[in-house]
Design a protein around this ligand. Structure first.
Ligand code: HEM
Ligand code: HEM
Length: 170
């Protein structure tokens, strides 16, 4: 284990923080609330962008495996163990969002064209579409709750405990 993140890991952390939050809070909400032809256009952007996010997260995961950073020594042992669990869960949650999104698209009630080019819709099936829609929605809420916890923990360690915590990622 090493003591600091590489420049590449830091850049990917902030780039993906912005992209993931935008997909959870903006792109997904617009996709869910739009209708008809407009929805088709929005889903091209939502699904294509999401697959780029997934690819970037997997690239980042391989960087993480090659350069595993040890937790800040000042943290209590339960904090060290939970922060690792939450970090790993982010990679799992992006994967689950991509899988449930794709499966929802496969059974969707209109063609889902990734990047406007690849039509992933095989045929409409109301109950399967609703099931994967619900899972996509529930996973997104769990993701948002854990991000809130992650940000609050980072702010607490930085400003209340006065540890050089956010500095590790900048
Ligand atoms: C990083 C990955 C992804 C994130 C963070 C994400 C996020 C979201 C969110 C938050 C919603 C709103 C859910 C709701 O309120 O019901 C949504 C809707 C949707 N997503 Fe994703 N998504 C991702 C990947 C994908 C992928 C890969 C596809 C398809 C290939 C997809 C297809 C859809 C569709 C079809 C909807 C609209 C559902 C509806 O009409 O209610 N998503 N997404
Ligand atoms: C926007 C507010 C955010 C802040 C202030 C923040 C802060 C931090 C800090 C300080 C670390 C280093 C923790 C340590 O070394 O123990 C870290 C790591 C990490 N953060 Fe964030 N973060 C934010 C958003 C996000 C979001 C939205 C994600 C979701 C993708 C995320 C995913 C991760 C992951 C996976 C790690 C572990 C290191 C790695 O695998 O690259 N962060 N974050």
């Amino acid at each position: 284990m090493v003591e600091s993140y590489t420049r590449g890991q830091k850049i990917l952390h902030w780039l993906l923080a912005v992209l993931v939050l935008f997909w959870l809070l903006v792109s997904g909400q617009i996709a869910a609330s739009s209708e008809g032809e407009q929805k088709g256009m929005i889903l091209m952007f939502h699904s294509g962008g999401a697959l780029i996010i997934f690819a970037l997260m997997m690239w980042r995961y391989s960087k993480r495996r090659k350069n595993l950073v040890m937790p800040l020594a000042e943290l209590k042992s339960w904090e060290q163990s939970w922060s690792r669990k939450v970090h790993v869960s982010f990679y799992v949650l992006v994967t689950l969002m991509a899988i449930t999104g794709i499966l929802q698209g496969v059974f969707f009630d209109q063609a889902v064209r990734v990047f406007g080019a690849i039509n992933i819709t095989v045929g409409h099936n109301e109950s399967l579409m609703s099931t994967f829609n619900l899972l996509h929605n529930v996973v997104s809420k769990i993701f948002l709750a854990l991000i809130a916890l992650h940000v609050l923990a980072a702010l607490k360690h930085q400003f209340v405990d006065k540890l050089p915590f956010i500095k590790r990622m900048t």
